[in-house]
Design a protein around this ligand. Structure first.
Ligand code: SF4
Length: 463
């Protein structure tokens, strides 16, 4: 049996967070709870009493990175709790994959399991008794510990997914859609804005499906009824952001007709005119083989209508090239779609088989070289479209949120416009301001005149 620590010294927990923004918000919940209970964090494996590794299991590289990190934590510390998507994966031939690879881990949970992780922490490293902290409910506020810079934050509105896309194993790891109560989501959003957040990034597996699981139940917020529904949530988030001059950005939205109403809120500037829509493909037959949500929608016409209603709209998307059975003609359809839909920001994966995905059984797996070649051809077209759209901004003045500005920006800095989500899109490279009195501060907005482009980035002069 493993050693249980005496509660007389302040226990320290090491934490490694891997994976997507959704995993990051799970990490934030666990760290918030650890802090609220008086645990300290350790920057090294060696200096910790135990280590928690929040893993990712989405693609093979992520699985390898997660398993390697668990191995490093075991070598450096020996007392390791594993949580996250990889924790929910089975090994070939049955049993838990993490336990099969690393039998000495103390505990393994799936994603979104703060309480189970805390139970495991308590049994291997009892919580310190703090008579004051124990009496203060919610001592760390509704917003909790954040792993993002102070000026932006992810807001997770639901967990899991009701779809069954054939290339994806998320539903098997995270389960069906569970929407957070709308009152809780808005409470967290308000705390984040009050805590200085200037950009709120709404995330989930399927933001447009928010509330489907609870039949769009009416919840309460500030004594008023609010429906658990994307449109009502977005309206309320825009209302909360306005007094702080903050941005609300929407990720993982599917092109359902209901999104049209959200575009109207973007056109009036209520929330950012930015939509992250993971199309994955354009050809109806490929979308059917992928079992994509909204695969019957006429996506090109829909985007055109969105752009008519909101000309500033920026569309980001991800795609898969070389899906099983993809013909050259189907692939050409995809290239035409990216050109015609004028996708502002596109990412593309060459299809790769994920353990446990239904698509592995589909006929017509393409050779790796062909999948990679199509990905490269796709990216060449996507970059052409993207850079042409960027060049159209030269001469405009835009609002830019400053992410970095050493020396108050005297030598310039780096920021983002409404068209750039952190980590995944480009940036605005800020030149030193001409006016000597003008300074740039991280987490604040500046106006900037776009003077050029540089790859995926804009170059701008703060004004
Ligand atoms: S919509 Fe499809 S790809 Fe996205 S999480 Fe659900 S099953 Fe996976």
């Amino acid at each position: 049996m493993s050693e249980v620590l005496s509660p007389t010294k302040t226990p320290k927990v090491g934490f490694v967070s891997l994976g997507c923004p959704k995993a990051l918000t799970d990490s934030e919940l666990i760290l918030t709870q650890l802090s609220a209970e008086g645990y300290q964090t350790s920057k090294t494996f060696e200096g910790a009493d135990l280590v928690i590794v929040n893993t990712c299991g989405f693609i093979d590289d992520a699985v390898k990175e997660s398993l390697d990190t668990i191995g490093e934590a075991l070598a450096g510390n020996g007392r390791v709790i594993v949580t996250g998507c990889l924790g929910a994966r089975s090994a070939e031939g049955g049993g838990n994959l993490v336990r099969a690879m690393h039998p000495s881990v103390l505990a393994v949970t799936g994603p979104h399991a703060t309480q189970e992780v805390m139970d495991a922490v308590h049994s291997h490293c009892p919580k310190p008794h703090d008579p004051f902290m124990d009496l203060v409910p919610g001592a760390f506020g509704e917003a909790g510990v954040k792993l993002t810079p102070r000026h932006y934050a992810y807001l997770k509105i639901s967990e899991g997914c009701n779809h069954r896309c054939t290339f994806c194993i998320i539903p098997s790891m995270r389960g069906d859609l569970v929407s957070r109560p709308v009152g809780d989501v808005l409470k967290e959003a308000r705390a984040l804005f009050e805590g200085g957040v200037k950009e709120l990034l709404v995330i989930s597996q399927d933001t447009s499906a928010y509330g489907v699981d609870v039949k769009y139940r009416t919840g309460f917020w500030d004594g008023r009824p609010v429906k658990t529904r994307m449109l009502d949530l977005v309206q309320a988030l825009g209302d909360l952001a306005a007094p702080h001059g903050a941005w609300v950005r929407l990720h993982y939205v599917y092109p359902y007709p209901s999104v049209d109403e959200v575009i109207a809120l973007m056109a009036t500037g209520h929330v950012l005119p930015y939509l992250d829509v993971p199309f994955q493909h354009s050809h109806p037959d490929v979308l059917k083989r992928m079992k994509r949500p909204a695969s019957g929608e006429k996506n090109l016409e829909r985007i055109e209508r969105w752009r008519d209603a909101c000309p500033e709209l920026v569309v980001r998307s991800t795609f898969i090239a070389g899906f099983p059975g993809e013909t050259e003609e189907e692939f050409q359809h995809l290239l035409d779609f990216v050109r015609e839909a004028q996708i502002d920001r596109a990412g593309c994966f060459a299809y790769s088989a994920v353990d446990g995905a239904a698509a592995n059984e589909l006929p017509g797996m393409l050779p790796l070289e062909l999948r990679e070649e199509r990905r490269a051809r796709f990216m060449a077209v996507a970059e052409e479209v993207s850079t042409a759209r960027l060049r159209r901004r030269v001469g405009a003045t835009m609002q830019v949120l400053v992410d970095a500005a050493p020396g108050l920006g005297r030598k310039g800095g780096v920021g983002r416009s409404y068209a750039d989500a952190p980590e995944i899109d480009g940036t605005v490279q800020l030149l030193p301001p001409e006016k000597i009195s003008k300074t740039l501060k991280v987490g604040e907005f500046t106006r900037a005149r776009i003077v050029g482009t540089q790859g995926h980035d804009l170059v701008a002069l703060p004004v």
